[in-house]
Design a protein around this ligand. Structure first.
Ligand SMILES: C[S@@+](CC[C@H](N)C(=O)[O-])C[C@H]1O[C@@H](n2cnc3c(N)ncnc32)[C@H](O)[C@@H]1O
Length: 220
């Protein structure tokens, strides 16, 4: 059945919103994968640029890898890539696409510190509650070797809260399909990245359905 964008119910949820959001992704995984299989030209160039900065057989983590679209590209390019996500359904799809995965929270990735040449995170930091963003960026910094590269894409804006997920019309309306979104102010986020121990290299915007901030930074 084809995907239909139907806003579903929103309501209170006293669980960790990031964990509740990954439960939504468990339900949406197949739909999400189908909708996002193709990348924009801008994202494709951004991804190739990241790959070009890595040493041969470099070690990369894809934080919030989802169904593994980018993880598969890294793996097929000869990079030793591992995807981290809390959604088991997303991880299943990522494995089926040929990726190596670890179940874990991107706020404290269960990975060895100081061994990675690169960290890629596309559309995942936008689900980390604002008070936890600084700590998350510090945790990411600790994974990188000195000189390792962070490549981050996240959405610009000022809102934080639940947003109805696009969902299939065959879900019962009582099923809450919502995601916690945290949109960022450009300068505030760049400051947090710098404070976490990164030197900024490239900062650019890509307008799509949302406006994306793409940041490339090096572990200083
Ligand atoms: C919008 S999808 C992006 C997937 C993929 N990176 C892409 O660009 O298509 C966000 C992904 O981040 C994961 N995620 C969100 N918060 C997370 C957290 N705290 N720990 C682990 N994974 C998380 C979700 O489960 C989901 O797979």
């Amino acid at each position: 059945m084809s995907a239909v964008p139907v806003p579903c119910v929103a309501g209170g949820d006293d669980r960790d919103p990031a964990v509740a959001t990954t439960s939504t992704y468990d339900r949406l995984a197949r739909d999400y994968a189908a909708r996002n299989a193709e990348v924009s030209d801008g994202l494709a160039v951004w991804r190739s640029g990241f790959l070009g900065l890595l040493p041969a057989a470099g070690l990369v983590a894809d934080l919030g890898c989802g169904p593994g679209r980018d993880l598969a590209v890294f793996t097929h390019a000869g990079v030793a890539a591992v995807g981290v996500d809390l959604s088991e359904q997303m991880l299943r799809l990522a494995q089926a696409a040929g990726g190596r995965t670890v179940t874990g929270d991107i706020r404290r990735p269960p990975l060895r510190p100081a061994v990675f040449h690169g960290l890629w995170s596309s559309a995942a930091l936008l689900h980390v509650p604002r008070p936890e963003v600084a700590g998350t960026l510090r945790a990411w910094r600790s994974l990188l070797r000195d000189g390792g590269v962070l490549s981050l894409s996240t959405s610009l804006g000022d809102r934080e809260g639940w947003e109805a997920a696009p969902c299939r019309s065959d879900y019962p309306p009582s099923v809450p399909l919502r995601r916690w979104f945290v949109h960022h102010d450009r300068d505030e986020l760049l400051n947090l990245i710098a404070q976490a121990g990164f030197a900024l290299r490239t900062v650019q915007k890509e307008p799509r359905r949302m406006t994306w901030l793409q940041v490339r930074a090096v572990a200083a």
